[in-house]
Design a protein around this ligand. Structure first.
Ligand SMILES: Cc1cc2nc3c(=O)[nH]c(=O)nc-3n(C[C@H](O)[C@H](O)[C@H](O)COP(=O)(O)OP(=O)(O)OC[C@H]3O[C@@H](n4cnc5c(N)ncnc54)[C@H](O)[C@@H]3O)c2cc1C
Ligand SMILES: NC(=O)c1ccc[n+]([C@@H]2O[C@H](COP(=O)([O-])OP(=O)(O)OC[C@H]3O[C@@H](n4cnc5c(N)ncnc54)[C@H](OP(=O)(O)O)[C@@H]3O)[C@@H](O)[C@H]2O)c1
Length: 536
Protein backbone atom coordinates (compact mmCIF):
# COMPACT_ATOMS: atom_id res chain seq x y z
CA UNK A 1 0.00 0.00 0.00
CA UNK A 2 1.26 3.51 -0.86
CA UNK A 3 2.60 5.47 2.06
CA UNK A 4 0.47 8.43 3.19
CA UNK A 5 2.31 11.74 3.47
CA UNK A 6 1.04 14.93 5.12
CA UNK A 7 2.34 18.11 3.46
CA UNK A 8 1.96 21.25 5.60
CA UNK A 9 1.53 24.37 3.46
CA UNK A 10 0.81 24.97 -0.24
CA UNK A 11 3.47 27.56 -0.99
CA UNK A 12 6.31 26.78 -3.39
CA UNK A 13 7.80 24.18 -1.05
CA UNK A 14 4.45 22.47 -0.50
CA UNK A 15 3.54 22.39 -4.19
CA UNK A 16 6.82 20.87 -5.29
CA UNK A 17 6.69 18.40 -2.39
CA UNK A 18 3.28 17.28 -3.58
CA UNK A 19 4.64 16.69 -7.07
CA UNK A 20 7.60 14.71 -5.74
CA UNK A 21 5.27 12.53 -3.63
CA UNK A 22 3.18 11.79 -6.71
CA UNK A 23 6.32 11.09 -8.79
CA UNK A 24 7.42 8.55 -6.17
CA UNK A 25 4.03 6.87 -5.95
CA UNK A 26 3.31 8.18 -2.44
CA UNK A 27 -0.15 9.31 -1.38
CA UNK A 28 0.00 12.98 -0.29
CA UNK A 29 -2.50 15.21 1.48
CA UNK A 30 -1.63 18.87 1.71
CA UNK A 31 -3.10 21.10 4.41
CA UNK A 32 -3.15 24.81 3.62
CA UNK A 33 -4.49 27.25 6.18
CA UNK A 34 -5.59 29.84 3.56
CA UNK A 35 -7.95 29.55 0.62
CA UNK A 36 -5.37 29.36 -2.15
CA UNK A 37 -1.89 28.22 -3.22
CA UNK A 38 1.29 30.32 -3.64
CA UNK A 39 2.19 31.15 -0.02
CA UNK A 40 4.39 34.22 0.07
CA UNK A 41 3.91 34.94 -3.64
CA UNK A 42 0.16 35.57 -3.42
CA UNK A 43 -0.12 39.29 -2.76
CA UNK A 44 -3.06 40.53 -0.72
CA UNK A 45 -3.93 44.04 0.39
CA UNK A 46 -4.37 42.94 3.99
CA UNK A 47 -1.84 41.22 6.23
CA UNK A 48 -2.94 37.73 7.29
CA UNK A 49 -1.85 36.00 10.49
CA UNK A 50 0.23 32.90 9.80
CA UNK A 51 1.09 33.76 6.19
CA UNK A 52 3.96 35.74 4.71
CA UNK A 53 2.97 39.22 3.53
CA UNK A 54 4.63 41.05 0.64
CA UNK A 55 4.38 44.55 -0.85
CA UNK A 56 2.60 45.01 -4.17
CA UNK A 57 5.75 45.77 -6.17
CA UNK A 58 7.91 42.75 -5.19
CA UNK A 59 9.90 41.45 -8.15
CA UNK A 60 11.94 38.26 -7.86
CA UNK A 61 15.66 38.77 -7.42
CA UNK A 62 16.49 35.40 -8.97
CA UNK A 63 15.91 34.99 -12.69
CA UNK A 64 13.26 32.87 -14.38
CA UNK A 65 15.67 30.36 -15.90
CA UNK A 66 17.41 29.86 -12.56
CA UNK A 67 14.15 29.74 -10.61
CA UNK A 68 12.03 27.28 -12.54
CA UNK A 69 11.49 23.67 -11.56
CA UNK A 70 13.76 21.17 -13.24
CA UNK A 71 11.26 19.58 -15.62
CA UNK A 72 9.06 22.58 -16.18
CA UNK A 73 10.69 25.65 -17.78
CA UNK A 74 8.80 28.93 -17.45
CA UNK A 75 6.91 30.08 -20.54
CA UNK A 76 9.47 31.63 -22.87
CA UNK A 77 7.68 34.98 -23.10
CA UNK A 78 7.84 35.47 -19.29
CA UNK A 79 10.22 38.29 -18.30
CA UNK A 80 13.57 37.35 -16.79
CA UNK A 81 12.80 38.79 -13.37
CA UNK A 82 9.21 38.29 -12.38
CA UNK A 83 6.63 40.43 -10.67
CA UNK A 84 5.04 38.45 -7.83
CA UNK A 85 1.82 38.04 -9.85
CA UNK A 86 3.77 36.47 -12.74
CA UNK A 87 5.58 34.07 -10.44
CA UNK A 88 2.24 33.09 -8.91
CA UNK A 89 0.95 32.50 -12.46
CA UNK A 90 3.85 30.07 -13.01
CA UNK A 91 2.97 28.19 -9.82
CA UNK A 92 -0.65 28.01 -10.94
CA UNK A 93 0.36 26.60 -14.35
CA UNK A 94 2.67 24.14 -12.57
CA UNK A 95 -0.08 22.99 -10.19
CA UNK A 96 -2.52 22.58 -13.10
CA UNK A 97 -0.03 20.74 -15.32
CA UNK A 98 0.70 18.13 -12.64
CA UNK A 99 -2.87 18.08 -11.32
CA UNK A 100 -1.82 18.98 -7.77
CA UNK A 101 -4.87 20.90 -6.55
CA UNK A 102 -6.85 17.72 -5.89
CA UNK A 103 -4.47 16.82 -3.05
CA UNK A 104 -4.92 20.12 -1.18
CA UNK A 105 -7.35 20.75 1.66
CA UNK A 106 -7.69 24.55 1.81
CA UNK A 107 -8.63 26.58 4.87
CA UNK A 108 -7.26 23.77 6.98
CA UNK A 109 -4.69 24.60 9.63
CA UNK A 110 -2.34 22.00 11.05
CA UNK A 111 -2.57 22.35 14.84
CA UNK A 112 -0.27 19.56 15.92
CA UNK A 113 1.97 16.82 14.62
CA UNK A 114 2.75 14.21 17.27
CA UNK A 115 4.55 10.90 17.17
CA UNK A 116 2.11 8.00 16.96
CA UNK A 117 2.32 5.76 20.10
CA UNK A 118 4.12 3.08 18.05
CA UNK A 119 6.37 5.61 16.30
CA UNK A 120 9.56 3.75 17.10
CA UNK A 121 8.41 0.84 14.95
CA UNK A 122 6.00 2.46 12.46
CA UNK A 123 7.49 5.97 12.13
CA UNK A 124 3.90 7.26 11.90
CA UNK A 125 2.56 10.66 12.93
CA UNK A 126 -0.79 11.86 14.26
CA UNK A 127 -1.75 15.08 12.54
CA UNK A 128 -4.49 17.23 14.04
CA UNK A 129 -6.06 19.83 11.76
CA UNK A 130 -8.76 22.44 12.10
CA UNK A 131 -11.12 23.56 9.37
CA UNK A 132 -14.15 25.84 9.90
CA UNK A 133 -13.83 25.33 13.65
CA UNK A 134 -13.89 21.52 13.28
CA UNK A 135 -10.91 19.50 14.51
CA UNK A 136 -9.84 16.29 12.82
CA UNK A 137 -7.10 13.79 13.46
CA UNK A 138 -5.45 11.44 10.98
CA UNK A 139 -2.42 9.16 10.91
CA UNK A 140 0.31 9.59 8.30
CA UNK A 141 3.39 7.57 7.43
CA UNK A 142 5.47 10.68 6.87
CA UNK A 143 5.30 14.49 7.16
CA UNK A 144 6.76 17.26 5.00
CA UNK A 145 6.87 20.58 6.85
CA UNK A 146 6.55 23.32 4.22
CA UNK A 147 5.18 26.15 6.37
CA UNK A 148 7.69 28.89 5.38
CA UNK A 149 10.12 31.03 7.35
CA UNK A 150 9.16 34.59 6.39
CA UNK A 151 6.02 34.79 8.48
CA UNK A 152 6.98 36.00 11.95
CA UNK A 153 8.41 39.54 12.00
CA UNK A 154 11.67 40.15 13.83
CA UNK A 155 11.17 43.61 15.32
CA UNK A 156 13.95 44.25 17.85
CA UNK A 157 12.43 47.21 19.72
CA UNK A 158 14.76 46.54 22.69
CA UNK A 159 17.67 47.70 20.54
CA UNK A 160 15.95 51.06 19.98
CA UNK A 161 15.88 52.98 23.26
CA UNK A 162 13.29 55.73 23.20
CA UNK A 163 10.95 53.96 20.76
CA UNK A 164 8.18 54.21 23.39
CA UNK A 165 8.46 58.01 23.22
CA UNK A 166 8.43 58.19 19.42
CA UNK A 167 5.29 60.02 18.31
CA UNK A 168 5.30 59.02 14.67
CA UNK A 169 4.18 55.82 13.04
CA UNK A 170 6.30 52.67 13.07
CA UNK A 171 5.78 49.17 11.69
CA UNK A 172 7.57 46.07 10.34
CA UNK A 173 8.23 45.74 6.60
CA UNK A 174 5.70 42.90 6.52
CA UNK A 175 2.98 45.55 7.03
CA UNK A 176 4.14 47.64 4.07
CA UNK A 177 2.04 47.35 0.90
CA UNK A 178 2.19 50.57 -1.23
CA UNK A 179 3.96 53.95 -1.25
CA UNK A 180 0.62 55.81 -1.25
CA UNK A 181 0.01 57.76 1.94
CA UNK A 182 3.70 58.51 2.51
CA UNK A 183 3.84 61.63 0.32
CA UNK A 184 5.97 64.41 1.77
CA UNK A 185 7.04 62.39 4.84
CA UNK A 186 10.47 61.93 6.45
CA UNK A 187 10.98 58.20 6.64
CA UNK A 188 13.60 56.13 8.42
CA UNK A 189 14.07 52.56 7.16
CA UNK A 190 15.98 50.28 9.54
CA UNK A 191 18.07 47.49 8.00
CA UNK A 192 19.84 46.95 4.71
CA UNK A 193 18.41 43.69 3.40
CA UNK A 194 16.35 43.28 0.24
CA UNK A 195 13.13 44.40 1.93
CA UNK A 196 14.73 47.57 3.32
CA UNK A 197 16.26 48.45 -0.04
CA UNK A 198 13.11 47.83 -2.10
CA UNK A 199 10.94 49.77 0.34
CA UNK A 200 13.39 52.68 0.71
CA UNK A 201 13.70 53.01 -3.08
CA UNK A 202 9.94 52.91 -3.61
CA UNK A 203 9.16 55.37 -0.78
CA UNK A 204 11.90 57.75 -1.88
CA UNK A 205 9.83 58.54 -4.99
CA UNK A 206 6.99 59.93 -2.85
CA UNK A 207 8.53 60.95 0.47
CA UNK A 208 10.26 64.25 1.29
CA UNK A 209 13.33 62.30 2.46
CA UNK A 210 14.21 58.68 3.14
CA UNK A 211 17.02 57.58 5.48
CA UNK A 212 18.27 54.03 5.54
CA UNK A 213 20.03 52.99 8.75
CA UNK A 214 22.44 50.08 8.69
CA UNK A 215 24.65 48.75 11.46
CA UNK A 216 26.82 46.48 9.27
CA UNK A 217 26.33 47.67 5.66
CA UNK A 218 25.89 45.31 2.71
CA UNK A 219 27.10 44.58 -0.78
CA UNK A 220 24.61 45.73 -3.40
CA UNK A 221 24.38 44.05 -6.78
CA UNK A 222 22.48 44.73 -9.97
CA UNK A 223 20.07 42.21 -11.48
CA UNK A 224 21.90 42.88 -14.74
CA UNK A 225 25.33 41.31 -15.25
CA UNK A 226 27.82 40.78 -18.11
CA UNK A 227 26.36 41.57 -21.53
CA UNK A 228 23.03 42.29 -19.87
CA UNK A 229 22.37 38.71 -18.74
CA UNK A 230 20.73 38.08 -15.33
CA UNK A 231 23.30 38.10 -12.54
CA UNK A 232 22.60 34.56 -11.38
CA UNK A 233 23.10 33.12 -14.88
CA UNK A 234 26.56 34.64 -14.96
CA UNK A 235 27.71 34.02 -11.39
CA UNK A 236 26.18 30.60 -10.67
CA UNK A 237 28.34 28.43 -12.90
CA UNK A 238 30.23 25.30 -11.88
CA UNK A 239 33.41 26.88 -13.15
CA UNK A 240 33.06 29.94 -10.87
CA UNK A 241 32.00 27.74 -7.97
CA UNK A 242 35.05 25.51 -8.42
CA UNK A 243 37.29 28.57 -8.74
CA UNK A 244 35.85 30.01 -5.50
CA UNK A 245 36.30 26.71 -3.69
CA UNK A 246 39.93 26.51 -4.76
CA UNK A 247 40.45 30.13 -3.73
CA UNK A 248 38.92 29.49 -0.32
CA UNK A 249 42.21 27.80 0.54
CA UNK A 250 43.94 31.12 -0.13
CA UNK A 251 41.71 33.32 1.99
CA UNK A 252 43.52 36.59 1.30
CA UNK A 253 43.17 36.23 -2.47
CA UNK A 254 39.52 35.18 -2.22
CA UNK A 255 38.70 38.14 -0.01
CA UNK A 256 40.51 40.55 -2.29
CA UNK A 257 38.78 39.17 -5.40
CA UNK A 258 35.37 39.33 -3.79
CA UNK A 259 35.86 42.97 -2.87
CA UNK A 260 37.01 43.80 -6.40
CA UNK A 261 34.03 42.01 -7.91
CA UNK A 262 31.51 43.67 -5.60
CA UNK A 263 32.96 47.13 -6.14
CA UNK A 264 32.97 46.87 -9.94
CA UNK A 265 29.57 48.52 -10.29
CA UNK A 266 30.29 51.35 -7.80
CA UNK A 267 32.56 51.93 -4.85
CA UNK A 268 30.51 50.91 -1.82
CA UNK A 269 32.66 52.96 0.53
CA UNK A 270 31.76 56.17 -1.32
CA UNK A 271 28.07 55.38 -0.92
CA UNK A 272 28.29 54.53 2.78
CA UNK A 273 27.13 50.98 2.06
CA UNK A 274 30.38 49.06 2.49
CA UNK A 275 29.91 46.04 4.76
CA UNK A 276 31.67 46.21 8.10
CA UNK A 277 33.08 42.76 7.45
CA UNK A 278 33.76 43.02 3.73
CA UNK A 279 34.80 39.43 3.45
CA UNK A 280 31.67 37.65 4.55
CA UNK A 281 29.57 36.14 1.78
CA UNK A 282 26.42 37.45 3.50
CA UNK A 283 23.37 37.53 1.22
CA UNK A 284 23.84 40.62 -0.97
CA UNK A 285 21.14 43.14 -1.73
CA UNK A 286 19.97 42.87 -5.34
CA UNK A 287 18.70 46.30 -6.31
CA UNK A 288 19.28 48.32 -9.48
CA UNK A 289 17.88 51.58 -8.15
CA UNK A 290 19.41 51.94 -4.69
CA UNK A 291 22.73 53.48 -5.80
CA UNK A 292 21.02 55.96 -8.10
CA UNK A 293 18.49 57.01 -5.45
CA UNK A 294 21.47 57.64 -3.14
CA UNK A 295 23.16 59.66 -5.90
CA UNK A 296 19.99 61.75 -6.27
CA UNK A 297 20.00 62.40 -2.52
CA UNK A 298 16.53 60.88 -2.25
CA UNK A 299 17.97 58.25 0.11
CA UNK A 300 20.61 59.05 2.72
CA UNK A 301 22.57 56.20 4.28
CA UNK A 302 22.99 56.45 8.05
CA UNK A 303 24.74 54.37 10.69
CA UNK A 304 23.07 52.43 13.53
CA UNK A 305 20.36 54.18 15.55
CA UNK A 306 21.36 54.54 19.18
CA UNK A 307 18.33 56.43 20.41
CA UNK A 308 14.96 57.71 19.35
CA UNK A 309 13.16 60.72 20.75
CA UNK A 310 9.60 61.92 20.19
CA UNK A 311 10.46 63.11 16.69
CA UNK A 312 14.10 62.41 15.93
CA UNK A 313 16.69 59.67 15.52
CA UNK A 314 20.19 59.82 16.98
CA UNK A 315 22.82 57.77 15.20
CA UNK A 316 26.02 56.03 16.30
CA UNK A 317 28.19 58.67 14.61
CA UNK A 318 26.57 61.42 16.68
CA UNK A 319 24.41 62.83 13.88
CA UNK A 320 20.73 63.54 14.45
CA UNK A 321 17.86 63.53 11.97
CA UNK A 322 14.88 65.61 13.07
CA UNK A 323 11.19 65.46 12.17
CA UNK A 324 10.99 61.73 11.44
CA UNK A 325 7.37 60.83 10.66
CA UNK A 326 7.67 57.10 9.98
CA UNK A 327 10.02 54.25 10.92
CA UNK A 328 9.96 51.03 8.88
CA UNK A 329 11.61 48.09 10.63
CA UNK A 330 12.87 46.01 7.70
CA UNK A 331 14.69 43.87 10.23
CA UNK A 332 13.91 40.42 8.88
CA UNK A 333 12.11 37.41 10.27
CA UNK A 334 12.17 34.68 12.87
CA UNK A 335 10.54 31.31 12.51
CA UNK A 336 8.92 28.60 14.57
CA UNK A 337 7.09 25.30 14.25
CA UNK A 338 4.09 25.85 16.54
CA UNK A 339 2.56 22.49 15.60
CA UNK A 340 5.68 20.46 16.50
CA UNK A 341 6.90 19.46 19.94
CA UNK A 342 10.30 20.85 20.93
CA UNK A 343 11.53 17.30 21.29
CA UNK A 344 11.08 16.90 17.53
CA UNK A 345 12.38 20.24 16.24
CA UNK A 346 13.69 22.99 18.48
CA UNK A 347 14.35 26.54 17.27
CA UNK A 348 16.87 28.45 19.38
CA UNK A 349 18.21 31.91 18.47
CA UNK A 350 16.71 31.53 15.01
CA UNK A 351 18.71 28.38 14.37
CA UNK A 352 17.49 24.85 14.12
CA UNK A 353 19.43 21.63 14.26
CA UNK A 354 18.47 19.76 11.10
CA UNK A 355 20.61 17.34 9.10
CA UNK A 356 21.41 19.11 5.82
CA UNK A 357 18.73 21.70 6.78
CA UNK A 358 16.04 19.03 6.51
CA UNK A 359 15.96 16.07 8.91
CA UNK A 360 15.82 16.10 12.74
CA UNK A 361 18.84 13.89 13.45
CA UNK A 362 17.57 12.15 16.59
CA UNK A 363 14.32 10.52 15.35
CA UNK A 364 14.13 6.71 15.48
CA UNK A 365 12.58 6.80 11.99
CA UNK A 366 13.38 9.30 9.23
CA UNK A 367 9.79 10.11 8.43
CA UNK A 368 9.72 13.89 8.92
CA UNK A 369 11.45 16.42 6.69
CA UNK A 370 11.48 20.22 6.70
CA UNK A 371 11.41 21.67 3.19
CA UNK A 372 12.38 25.28 2.49
CA UNK A 373 13.99 26.20 5.83
CA UNK A 374 16.97 27.55 4.03
CA UNK A 375 18.29 30.71 2.40
CA UNK A 376 20.56 29.75 -0.50
CA UNK A 377 22.76 32.29 -2.28
CA UNK A 378 20.74 31.47 -5.41
CA UNK A 379 17.11 30.68 -6.10
CA UNK A 380 15.23 28.75 -3.46
CA UNK A 381 12.90 27.04 -5.96
CA UNK A 382 15.32 24.45 -7.45
CA UNK A 383 16.72 24.02 -3.94
CA UNK A 384 13.41 23.04 -2.35
CA UNK A 385 12.68 20.79 -5.31
CA UNK A 386 15.85 18.77 -4.71
CA UNK A 387 15.11 18.68 -0.98
CA UNK A 388 11.67 17.25 -1.73
CA UNK A 389 13.06 14.74 -4.23
CA UNK A 390 15.45 13.46 -1.58
CA UNK A 391 12.91 13.44 1.27
CA UNK A 392 10.38 11.41 -0.68
CA UNK A 393 13.03 8.82 -1.54
CA UNK A 394 14.04 8.63 2.11
CA UNK A 395 10.39 8.03 3.05
CA UNK A 396 10.19 5.24 0.49
CA UNK A 397 13.29 3.62 1.93
CA UNK A 398 15.25 4.11 -1.30
CA UNK A 399 17.77 6.37 0.44
CA UNK A 400 18.91 5.97 4.03
CA UNK A 401 20.25 8.55 6.43
CA UNK A 402 23.46 7.99 8.39
CA UNK A 403 23.57 7.39 12.15
CA UNK A 404 22.44 10.09 14.58
CA UNK A 405 26.06 10.64 15.60
CA UNK A 406 27.18 11.24 12.01
CA UNK A 407 24.24 13.55 11.34
CA UNK A 408 24.92 15.58 14.49
CA UNK A 409 28.60 15.88 13.65
CA UNK A 410 27.75 17.05 10.12
CA UNK A 411 25.22 19.57 11.44
CA UNK A 412 27.73 21.08 13.88
CA UNK A 413 30.45 21.29 11.23
CA UNK A 414 28.08 22.82 8.71
CA UNK A 415 27.02 25.44 11.23
CA UNK A 416 30.63 26.40 11.94
CA UNK A 417 31.29 26.70 8.20
CA UNK A 418 28.18 28.83 7.81
CA UNK A 419 29.33 31.26 10.50
CA UNK A 420 32.77 31.42 8.91
CA UNK A 421 31.34 32.20 5.46
CA UNK A 422 28.29 34.30 6.24
CA UNK A 423 28.72 35.58 9.79
CA UNK A 424 26.57 35.41 12.91
CA UNK A 425 23.85 37.89 11.99
CA UNK A 426 20.23 36.90 12.66
CA UNK A 427 19.51 37.24 8.91
CA UNK A 428 22.16 34.64 8.04
CA UNK A 429 21.12 31.71 10.23
CA UNK A 430 19.67 29.73 7.31
CA UNK A 431 22.21 30.87 4.72
CA UNK A 432 23.92 28.32 2.44
CA UNK A 433 26.03 28.44 -0.64
CA UNK A 434 24.31 27.45 -3.84
CA UNK A 435 25.79 24.93 -6.29
CA UNK A 436 27.62 22.94 -3.60
CA UNK A 437 24.38 22.42 -1.68
CA UNK A 438 22.39 21.54 -4.82
CA UNK A 439 25.06 19.01 -5.84
CA UNK A 440 25.07 17.56 -2.36
CA UNK A 441 21.31 16.97 -2.45
CA UNK A 442 21.48 15.61 -6.01
CA UNK A 443 24.24 13.18 -5.00
CA UNK A 444 21.96 11.75 -2.33
CA UNK A 445 19.46 10.63 -5.00
CA UNK A 446 21.96 9.86 -7.75
CA UNK A 447 20.95 12.84 -9.92
CA UNK A 448 24.22 14.76 -9.91
CA UNK A 449 25.54 14.97 -13.48
CA UNK A 450 28.82 13.15 -14.07
CA UNK A 451 30.79 15.73 -16.02
CA UNK A 452 33.69 13.48 -16.89
CA UNK A 453 31.65 10.76 -18.56
CA UNK A 454 29.49 13.44 -20.18
CA UNK A 455 32.63 15.00 -21.67
CA UNK A 456 33.22 11.77 -23.58
CA UNK A 457 29.61 11.15 -24.57
CA UNK A 458 28.34 14.67 -25.22
CA UNK A 459 31.18 17.23 -25.01
CA UNK A 460 28.99 20.17 -26.09
CA UNK A 461 26.61 19.54 -23.22
CA UNK A 462 29.46 18.96 -20.76
CA UNK A 463 30.96 22.35 -21.64
CA UNK A 464 27.56 24.01 -21.12
CA UNK A 465 27.20 22.30 -17.75
CA UNK A 466 30.61 23.42 -16.58
CA UNK A 467 30.86 26.95 -17.94
CA UNK A 468 27.16 27.79 -18.31
CA UNK A 469 24.59 28.60 -15.64
CA UNK A 470 23.95 25.80 -13.15
CA UNK A 471 20.23 25.54 -13.79
CA UNK A 472 17.83 22.97 -12.34
CA UNK A 473 17.56 21.00 -15.63
CA UNK A 474 21.06 19.65 -14.96
CA UNK A 475 19.57 17.52 -12.21
CA UNK A 476 17.17 15.77 -14.60
CA UNK A 477 19.79 14.48 -17.05
CA UNK A 478 20.48 11.33 -15.15
CA UNK A 479 19.29 9.19 -12.24
CA UNK A 480 15.77 8.81 -10.88
CA UNK A 481 13.29 11.29 -12.27
CA UNK A 482 15.29 11.70 -15.47
CA UNK A 483 13.48 14.02 -17.90
CA UNK A 484 14.01 13.60 -21.60
CA UNK A 485 13.53 17.33 -22.22
CA UNK A 486 16.45 18.27 -19.91
CA UNK A 487 19.19 18.41 -22.55
CA UNK A 488 17.09 20.48 -24.90
CA UNK A 489 16.07 22.84 -22.04
CA UNK A 490 19.77 23.42 -21.31
CA UNK A 491 20.83 24.11 -24.88
CA UNK A 492 17.83 26.35 -25.66
CA UNK A 493 18.08 28.38 -22.48
CA UNK A 494 19.53 31.47 -24.11
CA UNK A 495 16.57 31.62 -26.48
CA UNK A 496 14.14 31.78 -23.55
CA UNK A 497 16.16 34.54 -21.90
CA UNK A 498 16.20 36.70 -25.00
CA UNK A 499 12.65 36.00 -26.15
CA UNK A 500 10.89 38.52 -23.83
CA UNK A 501 13.43 41.16 -24.85
CA UNK A 502 12.72 40.80 -28.57
CA UNK A 503 9.87 43.25 -28.60
CA UNK A 504 11.27 45.48 -31.33
CA UNK A 505 12.30 44.02 -34.68
CA UNK A 506 15.84 45.08 -35.53
CA UNK A 507 17.30 44.84 -38.99
CA UNK A 508 20.46 43.29 -37.62
CA UNK A 509 21.17 41.11 -40.64
CA UNK A 510 21.58 44.06 -43.06
CA UNK A 511 23.71 46.08 -40.62
CA UNK A 512 25.82 43.01 -39.97
CA UNK A 513 26.26 42.51 -43.70
CA UNK A 514 27.25 46.17 -44.19
CA UNK A 515 29.77 46.03 -41.36
CA UNK A 516 31.15 42.75 -42.77
CA UNK A 517 31.53 44.32 -46.26
CA UNK A 518 33.17 47.42 -44.77
CA UNK A 519 35.67 45.23 -42.92
CA UNK A 520 36.53 43.37 -46.18
CA UNK A 521 36.91 46.69 -48.00
CA UNK A 522 39.15 47.98 -45.21
CA UNK A 523 41.34 44.89 -45.42
CA UNK A 524 41.55 45.27 -49.21
CA UNK A 525 42.54 48.93 -48.88
CA UNK A 526 45.31 48.06 -46.39
CA UNK A 527 46.58 45.27 -48.67
CA UNK A 528 46.62 47.59 -51.71
CA UNK A 529 48.43 50.33 -49.75
CA UNK A 530 50.95 47.79 -48.50
CA UNK A 531 51.46 46.48 -52.08
CA UNK A 532 52.09 49.98 -53.46
CA UNK A 533 54.48 50.75 -50.64
CA UNK A 534 56.50 47.68 -51.59
CA UNK A 535 56.50 48.67 -55.29
CA UNK A 536 57.69 52.23 -54.82
C1 LIG B 1 9.73 39.60 -0.10
C2 LIG B 1 10.43 38.29 -0.42
C3 LIG B 1 10.91 38.07 -1.69
C4 LIG B 1 11.59 36.88 -1.99
N1 LIG B 1 12.12 36.72 -3.24
C5 LIG B 1 12.76 35.58 -3.56
C6 LIG B 1 13.29 35.39 -4.88
O1 LIG B 1 13.23 36.25 -5.73
N2 LIG B 1 13.92 34.22 -5.13
C7 LIG B 1 14.02 33.22 -4.19
O2 LIG B 1 14.60 32.19 -4.51
N3 LIG B 1 13.51 33.39 -2.95
C8 LIG B 1 12.89 34.52 -2.61
N4 LIG B 1 12.36 34.69 -1.35
C9 LIG B 1 12.44 33.57 -0.39
C10 LIG B 1 11.03 32.89 -0.18
O3 LIG B 1 11.05 32.37 1.10
C11 LIG B 1 10.74 31.84 -1.18
O4 LIG B 1 10.67 32.46 -2.44
C12 LIG B 1 9.45 31.00 -1.07
O5 LIG B 1 8.32 31.74 -1.29
C13 LIG B 1 9.27 30.23 0.19
O6 LIG B 1 8.21 29.31 -0.05
P1 LIG B 1 7.65 28.31 1.04
O7 LIG B 1 6.63 27.48 0.37
O8 LIG B 1 8.76 27.61 1.71
O9 LIG B 1 6.97 29.24 2.14
P2 LIG B 1 5.69 30.18 2.01
O10 LIG B 1 5.60 30.77 0.67
O11 LIG B 1 5.71 31.08 3.17
O12 LIG B 1 4.45 29.17 2.14
C14 LIG B 1 4.10 28.55 3.35
C15 LIG B 1 2.63 28.11 3.28
O13 LIG B 1 2.32 27.32 4.43
C16 LIG B 1 1.05 27.69 4.94
N5 LIG B 1 1.03 27.33 6.37
C17 LIG B 1 1.85 27.81 7.35
N6 LIG B 1 1.57 27.23 8.53
C18 LIG B 1 0.54 26.36 8.30
C19 LIG B 1 -0.21 25.47 9.12
N7 LIG B 1 0.05 25.35 10.43
N8 LIG B 1 -1.20 24.75 8.55
C20 LIG B 1 -1.47 24.85 7.23
N9 LIG B 1 -0.80 25.69 6.41
C21 LIG B 1 0.20 26.42 6.94
C22 LIG B 1 0.98 29.19 4.66
O14 LIG B 1 -0.35 29.64 4.64
C23 LIG B 1 1.67 29.27 3.29
O15 LIG B 1 0.74 29.13 2.23
C24 LIG B 1 11.73 35.88 -1.00
C25 LIG B 1 11.25 36.12 0.30
C26 LIG B 1 10.63 37.33 0.59
C27 LIG B 1 10.16 37.59 2.00
N1 LIG C 1 12.92 41.47 -4.32
C1 LIG C 1 13.12 40.37 -3.69
O1 LIG C 1 13.29 39.33 -4.30
C2 LIG C 1 13.16 40.36 -2.18
C3 LIG C 1 12.62 41.43 -1.48
C4 LIG C 1 12.63 41.38 -0.08
C5 LIG C 1 13.15 40.28 0.59
N2 LIG C 1 13.66 39.25 -0.14
C6 LIG C 1 14.25 38.08 0.54
O2 LIG C 1 13.54 37.81 1.73
C7 LIG C 1 14.43 37.44 2.77
C8 LIG C 1 14.25 38.39 3.96
O3 LIG C 1 14.73 39.69 3.59
P1 LIG C 1 14.59 40.96 4.55
O4 LIG C 1 15.29 42.08 3.90
O5 LIG C 1 13.16 41.12 4.95
O6 LIG C 1 15.34 40.51 5.89
P2 LIG C 1 16.90 40.22 6.12
O7 LIG C 1 17.55 39.81 4.88
O8 LIG C 1 16.94 39.30 7.27
O9 LIG C 1 17.52 41.63 6.52
C9 LIG C 1 17.27 42.19 7.78
C10 LIG C 1 18.05 43.47 7.94
O10 LIG C 1 17.73 44.02 9.21
C11 LIG C 1 18.91 44.31 9.92
N3 LIG C 1 18.69 44.14 11.35
C12 LIG C 1 18.27 43.03 12.01
N4 LIG C 1 18.21 43.26 13.33
C13 LIG C 1 18.61 44.55 13.51
C14 LIG C 1 18.78 45.37 14.65
N5 LIG C 1 18.52 44.93 15.89
N6 LIG C 1 19.21 46.64 14.47
C15 LIG C 1 19.50 47.10 13.24
N7 LIG C 1 19.36 46.37 12.11
C16 LIG C 1 18.93 45.10 12.25
C17 LIG C 1 19.94 43.34 9.38
O11 LIG C 1 21.20 43.90 9.60
P3 LIG C 1 22.54 43.07 9.88
O12 LIG C 1 22.97 42.57 8.54
O13 LIG C 1 23.39 44.10 10.46
O14 LIG C 1 22.16 41.97 10.82
C18 LIG C 1 19.55 43.28 7.90
O15 LIG C 1 20.13 44.35 7.20
C19 LIG C 1 15.83 37.48 2.18
O16 LIG C 1 16.18 36.21 1.74
C20 LIG C 1 15.67 38.39 0.97
O17 LIG C 1 16.54 38.13 -0.09
C21 LIG C 1 13.70 39.27 -1.50
Amino acid sequence: MAKKVAVIGAGVSGLVSLKCCVDEGLEPTCFERTEDIGGLWRFKEDVEDGRASIYQSVISNTSKEMSCFSDFPMPEDFPNFLHNSKLLEYFRIFAREFDLLKYIQFQTTVLSVRKHPDFSSSGQWEVVTESNGKKQSAVFDAVMVCSGHHILPHIPLDSFPGIEKFKGQYFHSRQYKHPEGFEGKHILVIGLGNSASDIAVELSKKAAQVFISTRHGSWVMSRISEDGYPWDMVLHTRFISMFRNVLSRFKIIRKWMMEQQMNRWFDHANYGLQPQNKHLMKEPVVNDDLPSRILYGAIKVKSRVIELTETSAIFEDGTVEEDIDVIVFATGYTFSFPFLEESVVKVKDNTVSLYKYMFPPHLEKSTLACIGFIQPLGSIFPTVELQARWATRVFKGLCTLPSEKTMMADTIKRNEKRIDLFGKSQSQTLQTDYIDYLDELASEIGAKPDLLSLLLKDPKLAVKLYFGPCNSYQYRLTGPGQWKGARSAIVTQKKRILKPLKTRALTTSSTLLVSFLLKILGLLAISVAFFFQLQF
